[in-house]
Write a protein that binds this ligand. Sequence first.
Ligand SMILES: [Zn+2]
Ligand SMILES: [Zn+2]
Length: 61
Amino acid sequence: MKCGFCGYEFDESEGGKGCGGCHGGCHGVHCPRCHYKNPLEPGLIKSLKKMLSIRDNDKGE
Ligand SMILES: [Zn+2]
Ligand SMILES: [Zn+2]
């Protein structure tokens, strides 16, 4: 995934999950570079976005 703050690309498992420092529990992945908390994308939204982009490509032809 890509950090939404500094643009650094890292693996989700590489980032700090459940850091314990966030109020109300940690529900994001912290960038190993700047520690920005990136919101986790649920798998459903990910596949939905994929579907939409495929549709867009079909329209272009
Ligand atoms: Zn956290
Ligand atoms: Zn970052």
